[in-house]
Design a protein around this ligand. Structure first.
Ligand SMILES: Nc1ncnc2c1ncn2[C@@H]1O[C@H](COP(=O)(O)OP(=O)(O)OP(=O)(O)O)[C@@H](O)[C@H]1O
Ligand SMILES: [Mg+2]
Length: 474
């Protein structure tokens, strides 16, 4: 540039030099800017490329995510299909197990009832024939045979109702230790001298609210099972204890948490395999030879314990004995002493001139009841349903006692009818007669005084004493 401007050698003046300097600086600036812009452009391009690449990656990622989602969806679908299939199979299995149990129950029932009905109807037929022929001596045995078969039928239905938690329970505050000690003699006599009985009673056992005679029955049944498991002698241990179950422990027992007392029967017998244990609570399940066990003992205890708000559990190992424990909820309150038994009233058909209103829709039962009460000297007015019964209760006819079935046609059950009638007759005493506890529920718990329950079937003496007790109440 200098050579362009100056042809001859030239001594640049200060101004020239300054100019040159400015020019050089501008040139450098220009150069720098140009280089800067160039790099910027290059960077921009690079950025563009990176962006495009990023977009591509993002797109790929989106695609991958979509694919994953789809996979997930189908996975869920596959899992739920699989689960549904599994549940179906499980339901089928449950159903078939249920059918098997129902089949076993029906078969067992049919078998037992056929035998009992054969006994009753055979005896009645012979009775009729002998009476027709005027051969009256020796007919007692037919009466006895029919009665004993009928009693067994009664106890069979009772045990079934117990299993289905529908028996009518007469629960009262009960001292289980006293109940246990009171049974020892009977148990020892039943199991025989070869079996030693030991007891361990908790010192301050809580009271239970339970039907004492059913519990005695359960205890005896457990001891008979223990005896049968120890053909060559052994030991039965009876034990009571207080127990407090927290949430987890109670859940394991399938009962509400709280305080329970337990009664255990342990033996040193042959024990049970897990396969047998899985079935022992099923009605009619028995491993005993025909005629030696009905298979109703444990099923009855199971239903009874649950109906009483408790539970029953078994621990057993082959060769190591068995232990059955009944858990019952603690009763907060004192155990009342046995009511003094009423004086034995005069014998039948003496002084009764009381009037009984009898309401039952079953003609045969009504006829038998009416005849029995008539024989006992009572005047009986009959009604076949609740509407007719209530009409009589609301009338001015003199009535001393109402005896009514609980399940009744006519718009009300026996309890409702009695309640409706009590508006007109506040002090009327009532005896409910119930076949099973669809009705027992209606009259469960503590009955008010002047109200009693009698479960069908019952002996005439039981009816008689219940009626007398009620009528003797003031
Ligand atoms: N203590 C025990 N030791 C060993 N096995 C027992 C014991 N208790 C019950 N079992 C088994 O459980 C089965 C069912 O018992 P459960 O009491 O229900 O009926 P059962 O004793 O056979 O007949 P039932 O009591 O009606 O006369 C018994 O047949 C037996 O196999
Ligand atoms: Mg038994």
């Amino acid at each position: 540039m200098i050579s362009t401007h100056w042809r001859t050698p030239h001594q640049p003046s200060d101004r020239d030099l300054r100019l040159l300097d400015i020019l050089a600086r501008q040139a450098a600036d220009l150069l720098e800017r140009t280089i800067g812009e160039e790099t910027l452009r290059a960077r921009e391009q690079e950025l563009d490329r990176t962006c495009t690449q990023l977009l591509k990656i993002e797109e790929q990622q989106r695609l991958a995510e979509a694919r994953l989602l789809k996979l997930n969806e189908t996975l869920e679908q596959r899992v739920s299909e699989r689960t549904a299939k599994l549940m179906q199979a499980e339901e089928k299995l449950r159903q078939s197990q249920k059918m098997e149990a129902v089949g076993q129950l029906t078969g067992g029932l049919a078998h037992d009832f056929n035998n009992l009905v054969a006994g009753i109807s055979g005896a009645l037929e012979l009775l009729e024939r002998r009476i027709g022929q005027g051969r009256l001596n020796d007919i007692d045995k037919y009466v006895v045979a029919a009665q004993s078969a009928a009693k067994r039928a009664g106890s069979l239905t009772h045990r079934l109702l117990a299993f289905s938690r529908q028996q009518t329970l007469d629960a009262r505050p009960t001292d289980i230790n006293a109940l246990m000690y009171g049974m020892i003699e009977l148990i020892q006599r039943t199991v025989g001298p070869g079996i030693q009985i030991e007891t361990r009673a908790a010192a301050d056992l809580w009271p239970a609210f339970v039907d004492a005679s059913q519990l005695e029955n359960a205890l005896l049944n457990l001891c008979i099972n223990a005896r049968d498991a120890m053909p060559d002698a052994g030991r039965i241990n009876l034990e009571t204890a207080n127990q407090w179950f927290d949430e987890a422990a109670a859940q394991a027992l399938d009962i509400p948490p709280g305080q329970y007392l337990c009664l255990s029967v342990s033996d040193t017998g042959q024990g049970m395999s897990p396969e047998i244990m899985a079935h022992v609570f099923e009605p009619f399940f028995t491993t005993k030879p025909i005629g030696q066990g009905t298979g109703l003992g444990l099923s009855m205890i199971y239903g009874f314990a649950q109906q009483s708000g408790g539970q029953v559990r078994i621990r057993s190992k082959v060769g190591e004995g068995t232990s059955v424990t009944i858990y019952l909820p603690r009763h907060h309150g004192r155990v009342l002493l046995e009511e003094p038994t009423l004086e034995k009233p005069e014998s039948a058909a003496t002084r009764h001139n009381e009037t009984v209103l009898l309401v039952d829709d079953e003609p045969t039962v009504r006829m038998l009841l009416a005849d029995t009460l008539g024989d006992l000297g009572y005047t009986v007015i009959e009604a076949a349903d609740s509407a007719a019964g209530l009409k009589l209760l609301r009338s001015d006819i003199h009535i001393d006692l109402l005896i009514t079935d609980v399940g009744l046609p006519g718009g009300m059950n026996g309890r409702q009818m009695a309640d409706a009638g009590s508006a007109h007759r506040p002090s009327l005493k009532t005896l409910f007669i119930t076949g099973y506890a669809q009705s027992a529920d209606l009259i469960s718990g503590q009955q008010p005084p002047g109200m009693r329950v009698l479960t069908k079937p019952f002996a005439v003496e039981t009816l008689e004493s219940r009626v007398r007790e009620l009528l003797a109440m003031r």
